[in-house]
Design a protein around this ligand. Structure first.
Ligand code: HEC
Length: 156
């Protein structure tokens, strides 16, 4: 019985709420043109600025396209490239990757010459992926990463 009473009370409350809110919302809606007309020109401008799109699309041939700036980034250091792309394999020697700071892993490779190491790092070599799985690394950055690994080797 109490459940039925509760449901009935909730229904009554909902009907009362609607009686208040529906006219209130209608009122606000009807008044909106008056409210927006009351905005000053400068308020309107500021509102338009806030609502303006963040960027504009520039297509070749448009006036804005001539202002295009070529963005180039400074080359990343060998240490950064190593940490970012090479360490995953060359840290622990995954799949036989020659390890950082472990001269023994590098002796036979170094005997083939440093240029071969650069070429293999850039083009890939067996399980060694091309560019050490860093497709957006430049040749210069890959060479710097190789240098970083070679510099890490203890003297003899
Ligand atoms: C997915 C694992 C992996 C990643 C990532 C990786 N390497 Fe390697 N790397 C290897 C393996 C495995 C070898 C050994 C290949 C062999 O001798 O058969 C190797 C070998 C090399 C060699 C020796 C090549 C030679 O001629 O003996 C160089 C230099 C090298 N990697 C540089 C890099 C650089 C620089 C990066 C990062 C930009 C990198 N590697 C990222 C797995 C990896």
């Amino acid at each position: 019985m109490t459940t039925l009473y509760n449901i009935a009370m909730i229904y009554v409350a909902a009907v009362r709420l609607r009686a208040i809110y529906v006219p209130l919302c209608c009122c606000l809606f009807a008044l909106w043109p008056v409210v927006s007309a009351a905005l000053s020109d400068s308020q309107r401008e500021r509102m338009a600025e806030r609502l303006a799109p963040v960027g504009a699309l520039c297509v070749d041939g448009d006036a804005c396209a001539s202002q295009r700036v070529l963005v180039s980034r400074a080359p990343r250091s060998g240490a950064d490239v190593y940490q970012m792309s090479c360490a995953a394999c060359h840290g622990a020697g995954v799949s036989g990757a020659p390890r950082l700071s472990t001269r023994g892993d590098w002796t036979a490779r170094l005997a083939r010459g440093q240029d071969t190491l650069y070429d293999h790092a850039i083009e890939g070599f067996n399980a060694m992926p091309a560019r050490g799985a860093c497709p957006n690394c430049t040749d210069e950055e890959i060479r710097a990463a190789v240098d970083y690994m070679l510099d890490s080797l203890p003297a003899r």
